[in-house]
Write a protein that binds this ligand. Structure first.
Ligand SMILES: Nc1ncnc2c1ncn2[C@@H]1O[C@H](COP(=O)(O)OP(=O)(O)OP(=O)(O)O)[C@@H](O)[C@H]1O
Ligand SMILES: [Mg+2]
Length: 590
């Protein structure tokens, strides 16, 4: 009704997804107070309603102008000085007492009335919290209005939290994970935390940390497939496939793995073991074997007769202590008498590289993974899975702050692939796979899911989850301040986008193009959002919304250093300062 206090005006143009409204000159007020609340007409991002019989169509104001769009195009003189025109993007409809649904079944037409949406309408749209939802925050326009998201779609259709640094991404992540953990006792979440900032926000979570004394995170190197192992140990690429040393290296790894088919998690058919199988073996033995063939001397000079049986060995050495075998020297003898120099020099380029990797304490989480070290160790991969995804804590934080930058990619790749594989092969088990889905959250995703990097172990693994994880119960959440650097495959598969303040225009346009709904008007708000305020669009939310997320306590440790406090105080110099720092740099241990 035109006399209603909510009346705005009439439709003057309709196209496939938007309409244009001429605001009436006779509206009762341009800032009406309804049920004690002040509403402002024509605010970008606010909702309007078009009642047609028992159907209400809802839209979002995306532009305001004092010139009708047809006049703008034709360049004619503005006949409507003093009038206002709103462009409104249609988002969904509510039929009778049914719930609000996204998408438009019935289009409005010219001269249909348009009304302001008031708080009561919003309560109807957002509805009550139900079994399948979590509260994500409060609506930006109303402190009383809780905004819920559908947890099934949020997780299994994947989601992203994007925003400039300091916009509140980590806090939003904490809010969401806390709501999930509070509301769902069977939930389980793995949070990949490259800066080690989340442990403080979740005192009840299980935190596993690289190179930590009390709760060490181990990622046994033998989880790597052969290409990863070869790249990591000797910087060989799969394109080296034709080289003899690469082929021999593969055979050596296969034979070491085949020795260990009788494992704690169960026997494995020896014939099915390849260089890629996640079977434990001793990395020191691998080095020892290479070293053995390089340094050996033999009773014969012919290469194909230079075998273990014909070696002139003096001392077996000890692989566990990285002591190579000793042989009779071929140098002391005349050139035509035994012992003869080894002709097996293929591993020449590899052996020293492997030795230096094994001695580097930064890689202890890979090569000395405690009770997962090798086939003789007390634990096997089922123990690792129980620790990561089967524990009672439900949230497991994998703190990767001790991982050297150059192996962050492989580390995240290994974690992701192993978890994905466990869900894929466990898809029919009663306790995992589809029967108990899992959320994998990736903080600082741009550092390892970068579209420009040539090494892309983690990107490949995460892309697979985005493409196929849903079928096996794996959902993911990526958190990043540089959406423009993230793999496009990942961005294209995001079901729900939680976009916080974003100032960089390149990042904004990526968010716009990867937004699951074509709602540029809301995305245009990104640079003007307040800290902790987000635009949420996508499958899991009833209607695209601007939401305030509460500040959590305890918080992640991502706060700025107290610069002024530090700089206003004098600091004494001391000759012994920096000793511990240098030792830490050398040992790469905090
Ligand atoms: N919802 C909120 N309400 C009020 N203040 C907030 C909110 N969220 C974050 N802040 C403030 O902003 C600071 C930065 O937040 P947060 O660490 O979540 O940002 P971030 O986007 O994760 O930053 P970075 O990119 O550096 O990781 C917080 O320490 C807090 O003081
Ligand atoms: Mg953060």
């Amino acid at each position: 009704m035109e006399s209603d206090i909510t009346y705005l005006g009439k439709i003057i143009r309709v196209d496939s997804s938007s309409i244009e409204v001429e605001v009436s000159d006779h509206i009762p007020s341009s800032a009406p107070i309804i049920n004690g609340r002040l509403y402002k007409i024509g605010q970008i991002g606010t909702f309007v309603k078009i009642p047609i019989g028992n159907i209400s169509i809802y839209g979002i104001v995306s532009a305001v102008s004092n010139t009708a769009s047809k006049d703008l195009k034709e360049g004619s003189v503005n006949k409507y000085i003093g009038s206002r025109f709103l462009t409104v993007q249609l988002v969904g409809e509510k039929i009778g007492d049914d719930e609000f649904e996204k998408g438009i079944g019935t289009y409005p037409t010219i001269n249909d009335e348009v009304h302001l949406v008031i708080e009561n309408d919003l309560f109807e749209i957002y509805g009550e919290k139900n079994e399948g939802s979590i509260e994500i925050g409060k609506h930006a326009s109303s402190e009383n209005l809780s905004v819920y998201v559908d947890i099934h779609k949020l997780i299994l259709r994947h989601c992203a939290i994007l925003g400039s640094t300091g916009s509140g991404k980590s806090n939003t992540t904490v809010s969401i994970l806390k709501s999930i953990l509070n509301d769902y006792v069977g939930s389980r979440i793995i949070l990949v935390d490259p800066h080690g900032e989340y442990a403080s926000a979740f005192p009840e979570a299980k935190v596993l940390k690289i190179n930590d004394k009390n709760n060490p995170l181990y990622i046994p190197f033998w989880l790597m497939n052969f290409d990863e192992l070869a790249y990591f140990l000797v910087a060989a690429k799969p394109t080296d496939d034709q080289r003899t040393e690469y082929r021999l290296f593969r055979e050596l790894v296969t034979s070491l793995k085949k020795e260990n088919y009788d494992l704690k998690a169960g026997k494995v058919n020896e014939d099915l073991i390849t260089a890629d199988s996640p079977i434990p073996f001793n990395a020191r033995k691998l080095w020892y074997e290479m070293n053995w063939w390089l340094n050996a001397s033999f009773t014969t000079t012919k290469k194909d007769e230079q075998k273990k049986e014909t070696a002139e060995i003096e001392d077996d050495g000890d692989f566990d202590n990285l002591l190579g075998a000793k042989f009779k020297s071929h140098l002391k003898t005349a050139s035509n008498t035994a012992p003869y120099k080894s002709q097996h020099i293929e591993y020449y380029a590899y052996e020293k590289k492997i030795l230096s990797r094994l001695k580097d304490s930064r890689y202890d989480y890979l090569f000395n993974p405690g009770e997962y070290k090798d086939e003789k160790s007390s634990k096997d991969l089922h123990n690792l899975l129980n620790e990561w995804i089967g524990s009672d804590e439900r949230l497991v934080i994998l703190d990767l702050s001790g991982v050297p930058f150059e192996v962050l990619d492989i580390t995240v790749g290994l974690i992701t692939r192993f978890i994905y594989d466990s869900m894929f092969w466990g898809r029919n088990e009663s306790y995992t796979g589809k029967k108990r889905p899992l959320l994998l959250a990736f903080e600082e995703a741009h550092t390892y899911l970068n579209k420009n990097e040539s090494n892309c172990y983690s990107k490949n693994a995460v892309e697979r989850i985005f493409k196929e994880g849903r079928k096996f119960g794996v959902g993911s959440l990526v958190i990043s301040q540089r959406p423009s650097e993230i793999s496009e495959t990942i961005l294209a598969q995001i079901g729900t986008l939680i976009a916080l303040r974003l100032t960089n225009s390149g990042d904004q346009s990526i968010v716009k193009s990867s937004s699951p709904e074509n709602l540029n008007s809301l995305i245009d708000l990104l640079p003007s959002l307040r800290i902790g305020e987000a635009v949420i669009v996508g499958e899991s939310i009833k209607i695209p919304s601007r939401v305030r997320i509460k500040l959590n306590n305890p918080r992640p440790t991502s706060e700025d250093p107290k610069l002024v406090e530090s700089w206003t105080r004098r600091h004494e110099s001391n000759i012994n300062n920096y000793k511990t720092v240098v030792t830490k740099i050398r040992e790469q241990k905090i």
